[in-house]
Design a protein around this ligand. Structure first.
Ligand code: 1HE
Length: 263
């Protein structure tokens, strides 16, 4: 199924049960720069994913994943409007990060500024060899405003992010994977296929396990250790009490479920 939810955003459902949503930024002529309409469309789409969807992928059409904020809209805002604009991005990218299903970013070409902020809100990043990462906000006299100040240091540390913004440093695909901007590095042109493969596998997990990974794990990371251990115990008990979890464990004990094997 294909649905145009917004002229610059396409939703396509994949898999036998339409369990994987592929969300494509479709503004290649502007390098998928994110204007207000597109950010709101991302928010609306992730708030209203079809019930069949158990995992999602975001990719970009054309030669680049995303050139970040649409700079042509920047000059129109005063300080108060700037705060509201940044908060709008926060809401939209929270719908990606803390929505209903895990989201995988399929990266190629430029992943810059707000494009890197969008990618950072996803749970897994798959990059092909053409990918490059930058935060040109530093050299454009602005600042990150789409949650990057919170999410990017969690991936690469504050020191590397500070360097990217102070010096305009650009990381290539291999170095990006080395420092933690992406978890997978794949040959040119294959990021979307790899992301769909991963999403298809993720969609077979018990939904409560996926939910716990998206919602409990990042919160536990921000709790004092003692609180984190307690939250972990509560989450573990909720997950394992689901009938589906019991069935899966029984299947393994009866020799009917896959073992863990080397790649
Ligand atoms: C844009 C944008 C944009 C391209 N806003 N229009 N982001 C940046 O500072 C990155 C700015 N973009 C670039 O550095 C380059 O465009 C790219 C490396 C991404 C791609 O280069 P290239 O040679 O493939 O494309 P191009 O010729 O530079 O751009 C094609 C068109 O897209 C051109 O418009 P045209 O009408 O002349 O054809 C560009 O003006 C347009 N375009 N990027 C508006 N970003 C929540 S806060 C987040 C803060 C930020 O994200 S700041 C960082 C913004």
């Amino acid at each position: 199924m294909n649905a145009n939810t917004h002229p610059d955003l396409t939703l396509s459902l994949r898999g036998e049960q339409s369990e994987v949503a592929v969300v494509t930024l479709n503004r290649a002529a502007k390098r998928n720069a994110l204007n207000d309409g597109l950010i709101l469309a991302i928010r609306d789409l992730f708030q209203n994913l079809p019930k069949s969807v158990r995992a999602a992928v975001i990719d970009g059409s054309g030669e680049h994943f995303c050139a970040g904020l649409d700079l042509s809209e920047l000059s129109e805002r005063d300080a108060g409007e700037g705060v509201m604009h940044s908060r709008m991005w926060h809401t939209a990218l929270d719908c990606v990060e803390k929505g209903t299903v895990p989201v995988i970013a399929a990266l190629h070409g430029a992943v810059v500024g707000g494009g890197l902020e969008l990618a950072s809100a996803c749970h897994i990043r798959v990059a092909d060899e053409t990918t490059f990462y930058a935060l040109p906000e530093g050299t454009r006299g602005i600042f990150v405003g789409g949650g990057g100040a919170v999410r990017i240091p969690k991936l690469i540390g504050a020191a590397r992010m500070t360097d990217m913004m102070l010096t305009g440093r650009v990381y290539n695909a291999a170095d990006g994977e080395r420092i933690g901007l992406a978890q997978y590095l794949v040959p040119t042109g294959t990021a979307l296929d790899k992301a769909i493969e991963l999403a298809t596998r993720i969609a077979t997990n018990a939904p409560m396990t996926n939910y716990a990974l998206m919602h409990a794990l990042p919160r536990i990371a921000e709790q004092p250790a003692d609180h984190g251990l307690f939250t972990e115990a509560l989450m573990a008990s909720i997950a394992q009490s689901a009938p589906e979890a019991k069935e899966r464990v029984r299947a393994f004990l009866e020799g009917k479920a896959a073992k863990v094997t080397k790649e």
